[in-house]
Design a protein around this ligand. Structure first.
Ligand code: AMP
Length: 235
């Protein structure tokens, strides 16, 4: 994060450069919070899940390789993800800072990210852990629906579309992601605990970890995240 004295303010927020990782299990609300932070602070929101789904939709070589892992709730191999991120971090919009959502997901990915950032002479400002119990995740994800056209996210109980199975924003069809079915969710949680949770101590040891209770409403989670971001700016 650039020091406050050097940071320029604009209508979108107080900070113009921040490099943050949002960490947490599937269903912790990383995507929802990231979209809000992006709107407020005008940083690049990089979701590896969204990038992979786009590749699957476009039937790229990467998409074809990734799909079988994604459908089973397994992680796509590190080398494919790191290659994709190496290119993504070079893009122009990242110059204003970025918010990583769903990456890194393993210790080797975190180590590769350290190397990529070092080569670019950049560093991370914070890793925000969205902490939430497994049962809450299962309830949230089983009811989640996504617009096939614009990607807007709904929930059958907490955020239903007023048009039933059509998107309020664009009228597209709403669908349940294959990886939001209960058995797959249980598997994704196991993968999270086995492979991603070790990143909590990885970043804690580097003094970068900040915890947020993500079992509450999305607005109070956002307020906690903002407080953390503002605290970093004040440092
Ligand atoms: P997400 O939308 O972040 O829940 O990601 C959906 C799926 O994409 C995951 O279950 C994985 O199969 C795959 N995926 C996303 N990000 C990564 C990553 N950093 N490493 C490996 N697989 C990933």
């Amino acid at each position: 994060m650039i020091p406050k004295a050097e940071a320029s303010s604009d209508s979108k927020g107080d900070v113009n450069i921040m490099r943050v990782i949002l960490l947490g299990p599937p269903g912790a609300g990383k995507g929802t919070q990231a979209a809000e932070i992006k709107a407020k602070y005008d940083v690049a929101h990089i979701s590896t899940g969204d990038m992979l789904r786009q590749n699957v939709k476009d039937a790229t070589e990467l998409g074809q390789q990734a799909q079988k892992y994604m459908d089973g709730g397994k992680l796509v191999p590190d080398e494919l993800i790191v290659k994709m991120m190496r290119e993504r971090l070079k893009e122009k919009d990242c110059e204003k800072g970025f918010l990583l959502d769903g990456f890194p997901r393993t210790v080797p990915q975190a180590e590769s990210l350290d190397g990529l950032l070092e080569n670019m002479n950049l560093s991370l400002d914070a890793v925000i852990l969205l902490d939430v119990a497994d049962d809450i995740v299962v309830d949230r994800l089983c009811g989640r629906r996504m617009c096939r056209q614009c990607g807007e996210i709904y929930h059958v109980s907490f955020k239903p579309s007023s048009q039933g199975d059509k998107c309020d924003k664009c009228g597209g069809d709403l669908f349940q992601r294959d990886d939001d079915k209960e058995q797959v969710i249980r598997n994704r949680l196991k993968v999270y605990h086995d492979q991603t949770a070790p990143l909590i101590s990885y970043y804690d040891e580097k003094g970068l970890l900040r915890r947020v209770n993500a079992g509450t409403s999305s607005s109070s989670v956002m307020a906690e995240i903002e407080a953390l971001v503002n605290e970093k700016v004040a440092e």
